[in-house]
Structure formats: structure tokens, C-alpha cells
Design a protein around this ligand. Structure first.
Ligand code: NOJ
Length: 942
């Protein structure tokens, strides 16, 4: 047989080219996960039986005074006519949050025994809320109960000024949230509630999903891993408490669209999973992840938002164990409506966790922003970052030595590309021993940091949670029981493998660890000296264990409190970055807001870290996928997120790299990063025209830093996502519900559609309403709901400004954000169809906590046909930062969409009045040098 030369080449390439593909066989599918399989199977059995008799009913209840909660017992009936008692509580919290808790009496009484006499906590894990909630939640007060049926089969309470109702049905157990008479969220609607109660270790009793309710299903099909784990490397994992999963179905009538439950490389609007895998939340180091997948990734936030016109709902499943969520979209008749014409699509979900109590919080409101606020009231809003953290981050694995770091920094200046932070990956350490330096390459790290500080630049170094065995840090952890323990009864430290080889893992669930961890970062240590511009990257904190099952630690390892990793797995990463956050706060004597980047996260992580989407690839599909992933992060209250610009694995083409920068400038966390084997790709390497286009993009980001910072202020006070999905802007328009390739920057009115297609020269932008929109660069008018063509040559970034918005930006090129601090502002006033506009600017010192003592201003701008006005919150306060803004002026005002024909306008501020000249240009007029200070109220009269 003759093989042609090019076929031969292809054949050779096939064998030598790197194959980028996730090793999916390392990770469980639902069927390979005992508890997921059992619950899915149980649900199928229940759904298939028309005469199924539900097993859970309220047997006892009382109403707490004041009416903040209903407590009692749910009984689970077993086939042998005995029952299992499950204490429950339905509680009203502030901000229209209703919480349901279900525990298991035998577990909370401590009457259970543990297989092989293991010393672990035998309670059902009940501390996920302690970590996830910002504070002890405030209780609300329900209305007087209203019994809906004379036979008292249920209780109804109203809340939210009487607008919403919680209805608790006794038999079968069911909890419904209604708006008026219309159900919005229904728990146990489909009777999939399942609490696998404690039972003896020999499976004499059948387990839900194991005993066929339907004779067509064989026992073999369902006898699944209740007391052992048969998956690959998990076989050595013990299951000391046997089957203990919790599961519940949550129906969302009339909500066709649901969002959230990261982390997945999947669409923004979640998919029906009936025919495939459920969405899995289990923090793992997923290598070369694939897109369009429900596989688990690095972080988890078990919060789902549902949206329909006029209503939004939130489901927060407060559980940190391995969790799977099935989603079913179903066309059904509207409640009370018997005509087939009135079908609605509802989303029906099924939440399955390996263990823990049932703890679920239901939020309800009119808009997505209302629900974000309710969720934020519970878990906390994103920490206000330092301003520099919103600048450009230059990273790669690795910058090799001091000369490399300072050389990259110098080149950024040479090519006049602003940047704020340069990063060091693991190679800076001595043999991957964190808190050390490889001295031959970094002889004077503090000197290097000082050098960077001269232009306001910062250094980020990586510190991971695996600690190499055999130096003082691991010695201390082991000696003082601050390391994660193995499953053996002697409480010895768990040993596994990661970058340094044999390692132990720091147990940051232990409060005593915080104290020690702080000493490692303290001011004046050998590690960091007295540098004030050092910040930290926490990676591999799922935790990643190369030698462990599913690349993480065995589920039977033990943490502080006797809790198995099985129970706390998804929140470990958060405890780790929180500990680092506290350490860095201490380092600055509580003065500055730390910047921490984390790879693993849980609900509540937003309070102390930014996240990024991990090891993506230098491919167009990955650029595209970054958008829904970051949008999802915003929906679940973690707006400070980004993806590796350029892609981590591989070598992007120059076009892809350029387009990635143009998209990346909109990521709330904007960092270029690359794998150690990838070629150098700092912005000047691509050459012209790419370098100039990248430079313009980065400068565009810097000019908008005041708006990014203001968007973070809105996120910090109200939970508004920074990269904001279209449906937050116009929730009344369902056409926006599946849009994931365009978005708004917070509440600024900037509408962005990054180019994610190779070779594109134009795109289509969807306008969600009848407002007027202007192109950002030329102020060309776009109007009318629907798609509009927009030019997108390589140097063009499709951005529109919505009529009715006012932007404040800083247009001068500086090397870093610190050097822009007292630069003047340019205002862009984009008039709406009625000739008005409004906007906000938040300003503080960008680094300290002084804003908590009111040393900040919020400028509220409004424009009408008569002129422009600014009100300034805190203007009158005599505080240092506010006073330092006296010299900061507005250098020009651009009025877009204005027909102003006059040559001058009158300006007044602080009791004085003067004139400023007006020049008209294409589609806009400019008020030149109005001489206005930013920190005091003013008026411009036309
Ligand atoms: C894995 C991280 O995802 C990646 O960004 C980093 O470069 C490597 N670890 C090495 O630290």
C-alpha cells in the first residue's frame, strides 16, 4: 500500500501533536457515584409510579414566638411500618429569604456507631452555613398563620409586606413559596425528598433507590456503593457512616430559565439534564477541561437563580459535600388553567448531596437584582477590591528571575502599555517550599518589590495549601495538629503528592491555623521583608492531590472538628483563601484590603478573594466559553472573576491573542497567563499591528477604571454583577434570557459584544429595548429592539453606550493605576430618547478601609434639557481623602445625542459661576475645560 506524503505527515502529527483532552475517566459520572445513582434511580422509581405513597410527612410542629420559625418533626416511613424522626425548621430571614432545615434525630443525639470505630464527628454536617453566611442571619417575622384548609393540612404565612406566602403542607411534606396565589418555588413537589437515615453497617435494610419499587428494575442495577466506594482510586476510601445522602426536588413553575450552580464550562442558561449527566459540584483540579460540559470543576456555589418576566427566584442549597443537580424543563398547564393553549415551561430540579443536613434558602423578588440582593444579604457582597486589582495583571508560569521580572516591567513601559501587577508562579520557591525563595534566581526579592513599587506596581506570589514534607512549615503543621488528618484512628497527618512531591495539607478549618498562617506572611519575615506591595495567589486549593482519588484528597480524611472531607470538601478552598486573607490583613496592620486570587471557591468566597476559571486552552472556543462562565460567576455573587487571557495551554495565534485581550479588558479580573511550556506572549511580542491594538485595548480598560471601580461599589452594596448579563438590564424581555455573548458593564450603560470568531470583520449586537444606543467611538446611533450589524475589524471592539447613561473616565495614559489617582475626568453624557441621562461615580483612596469611615464620595450626575447637575455624597465631610480630591477636575464633558447649538454654557460650583465654551463635532458637542472639581456639587446650565 502506498501512503502519500501528506497522509504520512498527518499520521506523524497525530502521534506527536499534544492531545488536549480532559481525562474524564478520572472523574465519576453520576452512575459511578453511589449516592447520585441511588437518588436518581429513586426519583425515576417515584416518578414512574402513579400510586406511589409519599414517605415524608410533618408529624409535629410549633410556631416559635415571635413568628420567625416553625419547628417540628418530619417523619420518614419505612417499609416495615416504623418511622425515622427528622427534626425540621422553616424560618423567615431578612430580605425575603425563607430557610428550611432538616436534620436526623439519631445523628444529632449521637446514638449512631461508626464503622471500624473511627474517631469522626457523627453529627450530620451542619456548619456549611457558618462558613457561607456572612453573619448570623437576621430573623424576619411571618404574618399570623393562615390555615388554608379546614382540616388543617397546611399552614400559610405571608411576608415581604404581604406580597409573598410560604405554605407548609403536612402530608406529604411540601413547602411552597407563592406570589399572590401563584406558586413560584415548590419543595418536594415530586416527592424526591430523601434523607438516607443511619442504619447498621450490614445492609439488612433496603436503601432508597436500591429496592426496586418497580419489578422491572433489578436489584443489581441499584445496589450501589452504599458502604464502600468501587470507583477506581476511591476503593481505598472508607465510608464509615454508610449511606447518608440528602436529596430534594425543587420545582420552579413558569420559570423556563435557570442560572448559576458553577463551576461548569457550560452555557449561562442551564440545560435540561434528563438525557445526560447532572451538573456536578465537587471541587477538583480538572486538567484540560472540556467545554459544553456538566463535569465538576475547581469551585462550587450551590446557588441557582430562576428568572421570568416580573419575577425572580433563588435556591441556595447550603451544602458543601459532593453535589449533583438534575434539571428538567417541562411544558405544563398553568395552575388553575385547564386549557391546553395556556402551557408554560417550568424548570424542575433535583438536588443530591452525599451527606449533611438539608439546609436550603429560598429567595423571591421581582427582578434578578432583588434576588442577588437577598443572596448577598446572607452570604455577603463582594469585597471592594483595591483599585490596582482592577488594572492589568501580567502573569505566566514562570517569570524566571529578578531580571526577567524587571525586564518585563520595563518593556511594558517601553511599549507604553499600562499594567499594575506582575506575578510569580511556583518556580520562584526553593524546591516548592512555600514561604522560601530560590535564592540564586531571586537574591533580593524585597529590593525587587521596592523597584516595582516606584511606579506603583505590585507583585503577586503563589502560595498553595500542599506543604512539602521536611521543612519547618510542614514540621510545625504536623507537630501542632494543624494538618489535615488521614483516616487512620491515630490522627496522623494525611500525606499525598503535589508539586513539591510528598506533602501535607494545611487544615484551615482549624481556627488555630489562622494564627500560625499569619506569622508566615507577617511583616519582616525572610519571605517578604517589609514590602507593602506584595499580594497572594492561592492555587490548587480544591485541594488538588495528584495521588488522590479524582485528583483530590480521599473523602475519609479528617478535618478540625472531626469532620470528614466528605462533608466539607467544597468549602475547604474557601477556608484556605480566607485564612490567607486574614493573614494579609494582619500584615498591613488591618490598614489595606488584601488582594487574593483563588482557584477553588464556595458560596461566600466573594468576601475575600477573586477567582479565575483555571486552566483553559488557547482556542477560540475557550475564549467564547469564558463569557458565560464569568457571567455565571456574577449571578452567584462572585463578580470578581476572570479567565486566563490568551488561554493557559497552547500557543494562541496573534489574532486570537488580540481578540482575547479585547474581550479580557471586560473581565472584572483581567490577567494574562500562560503554561510553562507555552511560548512567550507578552503584548509586545506579537509585533505590529497586534501590539498597538493590544495596547489600545489595555488603555481602554484603564480609561474606564473609574467605571469598573464604581461597578464594584454597586456590587459591594447591592450585588449587581460587574459583568452583567443582559437579563439583569431588561428582565422583562425574555429574548435576553439566553444571551451569553454580550453583556453590560454593571449599571454603566456600556453594552459590549466581544469578538470570539476567527476572521470576523463584523458582528450583530442585540438591543434589548427601544432606547437609543450610541457606538462608543463615533457616537453613531443604533435604535430598535433586535439585532444590529456592527463593524468589527481587528482593531474594533464592539461597544455601545445606552442613551440615558453618564460615564466618568480618565483619558491620560499612565504606567499604572496608582499614577492616575489625581488625574482629571472626562464625562460622557449620552442622552436618552427623552433628552435625559444619569450616572454614578464612586471614588475612595482605592486601597484602605477608610471608606468604611465615610472617606469616599459618590457623585450622582443627572442631565436634562436644561443642563447637567452633580450631587456629591459626603462632599461636606472634612476627611483626608475627600479633601485631597479638591484638585481633581473634570477636563471636558462630551454630550452625545445633543442638539445644543450655543457657544457657551454657564457653570456654577461652590457659590461661583463662570462660562465654559462649547464646540460641536460629529454626533456630539464638547464642553471644554469646565473647571469643575469632582468632590463638590455643581451645575451646568444650557
Ligand atoms: C495550576 C494553575 O491553574 C495554573 O494557573 C498555574 O500556572 C499552575 N497550577 C502552576 O502553579
Amino acid at each position: 500500500m502506498r501512503i502519500r506524503a501528506h497522509s504520512l505527515l498527518l499520521l506523524v502529527l497525530f502521534f506527536v501533536a499534544p492531545t488536549w483532552q480532559v481525562k474524564s475517566e478520572l472523574f465519576k459520572t453520576c452512575d459511578q457515584s453511589g449516592f447520585c445513582h441511588r437518588n436518581r434511580h429513586f426519583a425515576l422509581q417515584v416518578a414512574a409510579q402513579s400510586n406511589y405513597i409519599p414517605k415524608y410527612a410533618v408529624s409535629l410542629f410549633e410556631i416559635d414566638e415571635p413568628r420567625a420559625a416553625i419547628t417540628g418533626v418530619v417523619e420518614k416511613s419505612l417499609n416495615d411500618a416504623t418511622t425515622v424522626r427528622l427534626p425540621f425548621r422553616v424560618q423567615l430571614l431578612s430580605d425575603n429569604n425563607v430557610r428550611l432545615l432538616i436534620d436526623e434525630e439519631a445523628r444529632s443525639n449521637g446514638t449512631v456507631t461508626v464503622k471500624d470505630g473511627k474517631k469522626i464527628n457523627t453529627l450530620r454536617y451542619n456548619e456549611a452555613a457558618k462558613w457561607a453566611f456572612r453573619d448570623e442571619p437576621q430573623a424576619g417575622i411571618f404574618s399570623e398563620p393562615v390555615a388554608v384548609a379546614s382540616d388543617e393540612k397546611s399552614l400559610r404565612f405571608s411576608y415581604g409586606d404581604g406580597e409573598f406566602t410560604a405554605e407548609l403542607q403536612f402530608t406529604p411534606f411540601k413547602l411552597t413559596i407563592l406570589h399572590g396565589d401563584s406558586p413560584q418555588i415548590v419543595l418536594n413537589d415530586r416527592n424526591f425528598l430523601n434523607v438516607e437515615h443511619w442504619r447498621a453497617q450490614t445492609p439488612s435494610e433496603p436503601i432508597e433507590g436500591e429496592e426496586p419499587l418497580d419489578n422491572n428494575v433489578s436489584a443489581e442495577e441499584t445496589m450501589y456503593d452504599a458502604f464502600t466506594d468501587s470507583f477506581r482510586d476511591c476503593k481505598s476510601d472508607t465510608v464509615p457512616l454508610g449511606p447518608e445522602s440528602v436529596a430534594l426536588d425543587v420545582s420552579l413553575p413558569g420559570f423556563k430559565h435557570v442560572y448559576g450552580i458553577p463551576e461548569h464550562a457550560d452555557d449561562l442558561s442551564l440545560k435540561d439534564t434528563t438525557a445526560g449527566e447532572p451538573y456536578r459540584m465537587f471541587n477538583v483540579d480538572i486538567f484540560e477541561y472540556e467545554i459544553d460540559s456538566r463535569m465538576a470543576m475547581y469551585g462550587s456555589v450551590p446557588f441557582m437563580m430562576a428568572v421570568k418576566p416580573g419575577m425572580a427566584a433563588g435556591v441556595f442549597w447550603v451544602n458543601s459535600a459532593d453535589t449533583w443537580v438534575d434539571i428538567k424543563k417541562e411544558a405544563e398547564m398553568k395552575a388553575g388553567d385547564q386549557t391546553a393553549f395556556n402551557l408554560q415551561v417550568s424548570t424542575k430540579t433535583h438536588w443530591i448531596s452525599e451527606n449533611g443536613v438539608i439546609d436550603v434558602v429560598l429567595s423571591i423578588g421581582k427582578t434578578p437584582t432583588d434576588v442577588s440582593k437577598s443572596y448577598g444579604a446572607l452570604t455577603g457582597f463582594v469585597e471592594l477590591p483595591q483599585l490596582f486589582a482592577l488594572g492589568y495583571h501580567q502573569c505566566r508560569w514562570n517569570y524566571n528571575d529578578e531580571a526577567d521580572v524587571l525586564g518585563v516591567s520595563a518593556n511594558m513601559d517601553k511599549y507604553q502599555i499600562p499594567y499594575d501587577i506582575i506575578w510569580l508562579d511556583i518556580e520562584y520557591t526553593d524546591s516548592k517550599k512555600y514561604f522560601t525563595w530560590k535564592k540564586e534566581l531571586f537574591p533580593d526579592p524585597v529590593g525587587m518589590m521596592r523597584q516595582l513599587d516606584r511606579t506603583g506596581r505590585k507583585l503577586v506570589t503563589i502560595i498553595d495549601p500542599h506543604i512539602k514534607v521536611g521543612y519547618e512549615v510542614s514540621d510545625h503543621l504536623i507537630k501542632n495538629n494543624l494538618a489535615v488528618q488521614s483516616s487512620s484512628a491515630d490522627g496522623s497527618a494525611f500525606h499525598g503528592h503535589c508539586w513539591p512531591g510528598e506533602s501535607v495539607w494545611v487544615d484551615t478549618l482549624n481556627p488555630a491555623t489562622d494564627e500560625y498562617w499569619s506569622t508566615l506572611f507577617a511583616n519582616g519575615t525572610q519571605f517578604s521583608g517589609d514590602a507593602t506591595n506584595l499580594h497572594i495567589w492561592n492555587d490548587m486549593n480544591e485541594p488538588s492531590v495528584f495521588s488522590g482519588p479524582e485528583t483530590t484528597s480521599p473523602k475519609d480524611t479528617v478535618h478540625y472538628g472531626g469532620w470528614e472531607a466528605r462533608s466539607i470538601h467544597n468549602l475547604y478552598g474557601m477556608t484556605y483563601h480566607e485564612s490567607t486573607f486574614k493573614a494579609m490583613q494582619n500584615r498591613s496592620g488591618g490598614r489595606n484590603r488584601p488582594f487574593i486570587l483563588t482557584r477553588s471557591y464556595f458560596a461566600g468566597s466573594q468576601r475575600s478573594a477573586a477567582m479565575w476559571t483555571g486552566d483553559n486552552m488557547s482556542q477560540w472556543e475557550h475564549l467564547k466559553a469564558s463569557l458565560p462562565m464569568i457571567l455565571t460567576s456574577g449571578v452567584v455573587g462572585m463578580p470578581f472573576s476572570g479567565a486566563d487571557v490568551g488561554g493557559f495551554f497552547g500557543n494562541p495565534s496573534k489574532e486570537l491573542l488580540t481578540r482575547w485581550y479585547q474581550a479580557g479588558i471586560w473581565y472584572p479580573f483581567f490577567r494574562a497567563h500562560a503554561h510553562i511550556d507555552s511560548r512567550r506572549r507578552e503584548p509586545w511580542i506579537a509585533g505590529e499591528p497586534y501590539t498597538s491594538i493590544i495596547r489600545d485595548a489595555v488603555r481602554f480598560r484603564y480609561s474606564l477604571l473609574p467605571m469598573f471601580y464604581t461597578s464594584f461599589y454597586d456590587a459591594n452594596t447591592q450585588g449587581v454583577p460587574v459583568m452583567k448579563p443582559m437579563f439583569y438590564e431588561t428582565p422583562e424581555n425574555p429574548m435576553t434570557y439566553e444571551i451569553e455573548d454580550q453583556f453590560f458593564l454593571g449599571n454603566t450603560g456600556l453594552l459590549i459584544k466581544p469578538i470570539t470568531e476567527e476572521g470576523a470583520t463584523a458582528t450583530e449586537i442585540y438591543l434589548p429595548d427601544e432606547q437609543v444606543y450610541y457606538s462608543y467611538d463615533k457616537y453613531t446611533v443604533f435604535k430598535g429592539e433586535g439585532y444590529h450589524k456592527y463593524g468589527a475589524l481587528l482593531e474594533q471592539i464592539p461597544v455601545l453606550l445606552k442613551g440615558g447613561s453618564i460615564l466618568a473616565r480618565k483619558d491620560r495614559y499612565r504606567r499604572s493605576s496608582a499614577l492616575m489617582r489625581y488625574d482629571p475626568y472626562t464625562l460622557v453624557v449620552a442622552l436618552d430618547t427623552a433628552g435625559g441621562a444619569s450616572g454614578t461615580l464612586y471614588v475612595d483612596d482605592g486601597q484602605s478601609y477608610d471608606y468604611k469611615q465615610s472617606d469616599y464620595i459618590v457623585v450622582n450626575f443627572t442631565a436634562t434639557e436644561e443642563g447637567i447637575q452633580a450631587q456629591v455624597e459626603n462632599s461636606g465631610l472634612k476627611l483626608p481623602f475627600i479633601a485631597s480630591l479638591d484638585s481633581v477636575k473634570i477636563q471636558k464633558i462630551i454630550l452625545v445625542g445633543s442638539a445644543l447649538a450655543q457657544k457657551a454654557v454657564s457653570v456654577s460650583q461652590s457659590g461661583e459661576t463662570w462660562d465654559a465654551s462649547v464646540v460641536s463635532a460629529a454626533n456630539h458637542v464638547v464642553i471644554k475645560s469646565p473647571g469643575i472639581s469632582i468632590n463638590k456639587p455643581w451645575n451646568v446650565t444650557f
